[in-house]
Ligand binder design. Structure first.
Ligand code: ZN
Ligand code: ZN
Length: 323
């Protein structure tokens, strides 16, 4: 089932039925009476990658907290895009950063009896341009950091290639103009930038590890080519040495920009073999995106062999059983 493409809808239905049966038999044998209509899941629900209107999300932070409580979430982590010293439409403005941190902390206090709220940033890494992750951590007293590469710097001409967003023409033009159409050089620059981010900034979590493949859509390369697999393996070795957590990001699926999670199945299998801890993230930009593909992703991880995911609780990361 895991070779090549996965039919996520089918897998979702099969696993939901299986999960339901499993719960039913477990609960019956334990003698509990239960109203199944009100029963959600044994697993604590969470999302540690969330964007609000302080950056490129669509709602005030409180709307996400209310939605998470409605969904019976245990934890919600806010991870606005950290300010970057470049003109852009997605990051928190430098002058609003402390307001953002303050707003999240206040919500944590206001709703502390109902949900655990955490303060984080998704921080871009562009060598020579972005600030040290530690500067943000100290300034905002962050609970954790997500390190991501959305802009790839050319190693020589220093121009930036924006690899995210839904505009494929923009990706193609950048590849052509900045990297002269040399996809191997461009992808190598992307993974080397991630490697440098991990070793120099030590983020708690690596954001959407293989997002470089999103707008590629199997046109310039596939994730099964040796040169590509070698680059990913090199990055995974560094992740292992550094002890970082890799998020399994569902946004590409529900935005229909990707047929796969970030990272995709072959990379997830390698992460499992290398015993690298993972967590599940919606990368939500709207309250209603908080729980999209959570169960399906948990099911896929379990099928690969993962028994646990990482959750942030009481000031540190810990393992939570997938069930
Ligand atoms: Zn991102
Ligand atoms: Zn994000």
């Amino acid at each position: 089932m895991l070779g090549g493409k996965i039919n996520y809808t089918k897998l979702w239905i099969i696993l939901r039925i299986f999960n339901y049966k499993l719960r039913y038999s477990t609960l019956q044998s334990s003698g509990y009476f239960i109203n199944f209509m009100n029963f959600t899941n044994f697993m604590n629900l969470f999302n540690f990658h969330t964007h609000t209107s302080y950056c490129d999300g669509n709602s005030e932070p409180e709307a996400y907290v209310k939605k998470a409580i409605e969904l019976d979430y245990h934890s919600l982590g806010f991870s606005g895009h950290a300010p970057i010293p470049l003109e852009n439409g997605f990051a928190i403005k430098e002058e609003n950063l402390l307001d953002y941190c303050d707003a999240i902390r206040k919500l944590g206090e206001k709703y502390k009896d109902q949900i655990h709220i955490h303060l984080a940033l998704e921080i871009d890494y562009i060598p020579g341009i972005t600030k040290d992750f530690n500067d943000f951590s100290k300034l905002c007293l962050l609970d954790y950091t997500i390190g991501s590469v959305h802009l790839v710097i050319h190693p020589e001409n220093k121009q930036l290639w924006f690899i995210d967003g839904g505009n494929i023409a923009h990706y193609d033009n950048g590849l052509q103009q900045i990297f002269n159409g040399d996809i191997r050089l461009a992808v190598k620059a992307y993974y080397h930038q991630i490697n440098q981010m991990i070793t120099s900034q030590n983020p708690d979590m690596i954001g959407h590890l293989d997002k470089i493949k999103m707008n590629n859509k199997n046109r310039f390369f596939t994730q099964y080519e040796k040169w590509y697999k070698d680059l990913v393996s090199e990055t995974i070795t560094i992740i292992k040495e550094q002890g970082s957590i890799v998020e399994v990001n569902t946004r590409g699926l529900y935005k229909k920009r990707s047929e796969e999670l970030f990272p995709g199945i072959p990379v997830l299998k390698e992460l499992f073999q290398q015993k690298i801890p993972v967590t599940i993230s919606a990368d939500a930009h709207k309250p209603e995106e908080l729980n999209l593909y959570f169960y399906e992703t948990a099911a896929i991880l379990k099928e690969i062999g993962f028994q646990t995911v990482m959750v942030f609780d009481n000031g540190k990361w810990k393992e939570e059983a997938i069930c």
